[in-house]
Design a protein around this ligand. Structure first.
Ligand code: 4AZ
Length: 435
């Protein structure tokens, strides 16, 4: 109870999210929305005042990005001066759609990482990560959402239809919505959002706007803070593009809602929740093509990490029949040349590439198409393993030599001729002797 009082005391300074006032009639929540179905948005969590039920004490939303990390707004978990609240004064409820049904599971928060550049006046960098005391049990009505990364930021381009979720209020003194609300709102460009008569330059590049400029009507509102603004990922899933942050009133014309632009925070999220990992690909060339039997063949492999964080890389290349490795040199890390060449490339930074050069010699008998596949794999500790195995294949034509054109061919032909002539003369001599 003391904790609740502590929260109420600090919340006087939070203009945005009034705590629920028991006995006050509910008002419409997320503006222009509709009730969500159970388990429709499984990453949505409620942040609730400790010692109260979700229906009594939900004051912000959040999104589960790993089994033990929730992303929310910094202003949800800080005092008015931007200082973090003790994590003991709130808890996270996952797997809940109707607050009064009190479904799902509550988790305590062991640490809150408020963005170091959070500005409690301008609400720039309004993002915080909450680490749960134990991983949430995933499945059914509890699931994860992937934060939008810069590589996919066009999914939240102006005009894209985003969906905002929350149990928020419409006006001060209102009650919480009992059932999670969802509303679709188009993304508005920062330029349009910042125009005079709209938000007048208050929107930084770390913010994203959504709403209907001319008519209003579709918006988040007080108490939705910290909750998700999601966009379709184009493959039947969703990405977290925004965090409900602030606005002038709710759903007014010329006053879009403002969200933390999540794609600006892959570094911050990776540093703490470490979710993105590497994203490896490999390309390979073989020269020359065609290659003469007995000649030299050089494989050049380029490994690229286009993921959001560094990852350690092992490259394996099994040599085809008749191809003997002379040397394998990596620009970073080291190689063990052999019939199976293994290169331990060490840590490859995000957005970096590295090269391995494998010099080989073909056996003189090697002929036809020589196919070779290389495989790269990230270390087993990479948190996202699905995007880290890649292969590249090369095929070169080994030009079979025409006998007689080479020195050795000529020599073989010559010795055959000599042997033949010698045999003929022996035969003659024998004939002569028997005569
Ligand atoms: C708030 O105070 C709040 N209309 C959140 C969103 C919006 C306004 C206020 C957007 O939590």
């Amino acid at each position: 109870m003391a904790a609740v009082i502590a929260v109420i005391a600090v919340r006087v300074a939070w203009a945005d999210d009034p705590l629920p006032v028991p006995g006050v009639a509910p008002q419409p929540q997320i503006v222009g929305g509709q009730a969500a179905a159970p388990a429709e948005w499984p990453w949505q969590v409620a942040i609730v005042v400790s010692g109260s039920t979700p229906a009594e004490g939900q004051f912000c939303g959040g999104s589960l990005i790993t089994a033990d990390w929730v992303v929310t707004a910094a202003h949800c978990v800080t005092a008015g001066n931007g200082a973090p609240l003790p994590t003991s004064v709130y808890y996270v409820q996952a797997g809940i759609t109707t607050l009064s049904a009190n479904t799902g599971a509550a988790s305590n928060v062991v640490s809150a990482v408020v963005h170091p550049d959070f500005d409690s006046v301008t609400l720039d960098n309004d993002i915080a990560l909450l680490r749960l005391s134990a991983p949430a049990a995933l499945g059914g009505s509890v699931g994860l959402i992937v934060p939008l990364t810069p590589a996919f930021s066009t999914l939240a381009a102006p005009g894209a239809t985003a969906t905002v979720l929350g149990w928020g209020l419409l006006s001060e003194g209102g009650s919480l919505s009992d059932v999670l609300q969802e509303v679709e709102a188009p993304v508005v460009s920062n330029i349009a959002c910042n125009a005079a008569g709209v938000l007048n330059g208050a929107v930084t590049s770390n913010m994203l706007c959504a709403g209907v400029l001319d008519s209003g009507g579709l918006d988040a509102c007080q108490g939705d803070s910290g909750g998700p603004l999601v966009v379709p990922d184009g493959q039947g899933g969703w990405r977290l593009a925004g965090i409900v942050s602030w606005g002038i009133g709710c759903a007014l014309p010329q006053r879009p809602g403002v969200y933390t632009r999540v794609s600006q925070y892959t570094g911050f999220i990776t540093a703490h929740a470490g979710i993105f990992g590497g994203d490896l690909s490999v390309t390979k060339t073989a020269t020359p093509d065609p290659v003469p039997a007995g000649g030299s063949l050089t494989y050049t492999l380029t490994v690229t990490n286009s993921g959001a964080s560094s990852t350690s890389v092992v490259l394996t290349d099994v040599m085809p029949q008749g191809v003997v490795v002379a040397s394998a040199i990596a620009t970073q890390g080291s190689c063990n040349p052999g019939a199976t060449t293994v290169c331990n490339l060490g840590t490859l930074s995000a957005n970096a590439s590295t090269t391995v050069t494998i010099e080989t010699t073909l056996a003189t008998t090697t002929a036809g198409v020589i196919s070779n596949q290389a495989t790269v794999a990230a270390s087993s500790t990479d948190p996202v393993s699905s995007n880290n195995a890649a292969t590249a294949t090369t095929t070169v034509q080994s030009a079979k030599q025409v006998p007689g054109l080479t020195f050795w061919g000529l020599l073989a032909l010559a010795s055959l001729l000599v042997a033949c002539l010698a045999r003929r003369s022996i035969t003659r001599r024998t004939e002569m002797t028997t005569q």
